[in-house]
Design a protein around this ligand. Structure first.
Ligand code: P6P
Length: 343
């Protein structure tokens, strides 16, 4: 069968009325920027891009208070520079920047807002484990020409598009416009993303979960009970054995789930209760939730649907339960029934 490139796919989607010209141009620009990020990450030690950003005695820190890797900064710059001049954006927001970045006055502005985690899982770079870029597209509110953080605070259901690129053995883009979830693999010889899976479906059941078990003693009681039942295996209440994976790179863990099913959990724990969770709602949880739901999966905070949340802050954090629908619904039920239990 003749390969379908990302551009051809988006022309098909435009003809189907699933995406407009400006949004398809935006996605093409983001995909091209991610190809440049792939080149930078694939250089490894040879590219002089490993290690921490800033100097030995003054590490570069991001808004999250996390020390930045050189590639965090490089990836952020690549995405900002690629999206500045195209005329399809009103502003960008990034995990690496406290405030939204307006489009420079010398360039035309468009009707979209782009949010991204430029290099998620970057703590894995120096040990050569897959990392990725996560992005989400919202509509700029009518009449807003200088978007502020408040203009980005739209629920996940308002997303026009969401995607991630995983920089692994292959460079793979997974994308949704709200009409299914589709996968494109980078053909390095040609330099274009080629459709490799159309209309992905995540199995509703699974026997594989992803969680950082080292936090177990800090989890809330329902999570302790739920994971305890998984670990009890076929002799326990679930009546079957489960396998466990944890890459500590959300894009890699989610891509495994999108590929073969499974569930990913980053629940509340006593260490992060104050901040509301570990993962960021606007540019990690919401785009991944959109992608997973469009593939037939589910995404909750353990208590409510992630995409229904009304955001209160640009860098807000939430608990994340996502993946195979039936399993996520069961894990969510453990929490809701515990909350509703008397006393
Ligand atoms: P932990 C990476 O820093 C990240 O934001 C996600 O990509 C990943 O799933 C999670 O944090 C890993 O967290 O606590 O296991 O290091």
């Amino acid at each position: 069968m003749k390969p379908v490139s990302l551009i051809q796919f988006m022309i098909e989607e435009r003809r189907a009325g699933h995406v407009n010209a400006e949004l398809s141009l935006l996605i093409e620009v983001v995909a091209r920027a991610c190809k440049r990020i792939a080149v930078a990450t694939n250089k490894g030690a040879l590219g002089g891009v490993l290690g921490m950003a800033g100097s030995e005695d003054a590490l570069s820190m991001n808004i999250q208070g996390e020390a930045q890797k050189k590639l965090d900064v490089i990836s952020n710059e690549i995405l900002l520079e690629a999206n500045a001049w195209g005329g399809h954006l009103a502003a960008c927001a990034s995990e690496e920047m406290e405030d939204p970045q307006p489009i420079p006055d010398m360039y035309p502005k468009g009707n979209h807002l782009l949010l991204f985690d430029p290099l998620d899982g970057s703590s894995n770079i120096d040990v050569n484990i897959s990392v990725g870029t996560i992005f989400s597209v919202l509509r700029c509110p009518d009449g807003v020409t200088e978007p502020k953080a408040v203009d980005f605070l739209q629920p996940g259901t308002a997303q026009l598009a969401a995607g991630y690129v995983v920089y692994g053995p292959a460079t793979v883009l997974v994308l949704t416009f709200g009409h299914g979830t589709h996968e494109f693999t980078l053909d390095r010889e040609v330099g274009s993303f080629v459709l490799s899976r159309r209309d992905i479906r995540i199995p509703a059941e699974t026997a594989e979960f992803a969680i950082n078990m080292s936090n177990q003693r800090h989890w809330q009681a329902p999570m302790q009970r739920y994971i305890g039942d998984l670990l009890a295996g076929k002799d326990g209440p679930r009546g079957k054995d489960f396998n466990m994976r944890w890459v500590a790179s959300m894009v890699a863990d989610v891509h495994r789930i999108v590929t073969r099913g499974g569930v990913f959990y980053y629940p509340l724990d006593a260490k992060i209760l104050q901040q509301g969770g570990k993962l960021r709602l606007m540019y990690e949880a919401n785009p991944m939730a959109f992608i997973v739901e469009q593939a037939g999966g589910a995404a909750t905070t353990g208590r409510e649907r992630i995409m229904a949340l009304q955001p209160t802050a640009l860098h807000q954090r939430v608990p994340v339960f996502l993946g195979s629908r039936r399993e996520v619904e069961l894990a969510t039920h453990y929490h809701r029934s515990a909350d509703e239990a008397p006393g």
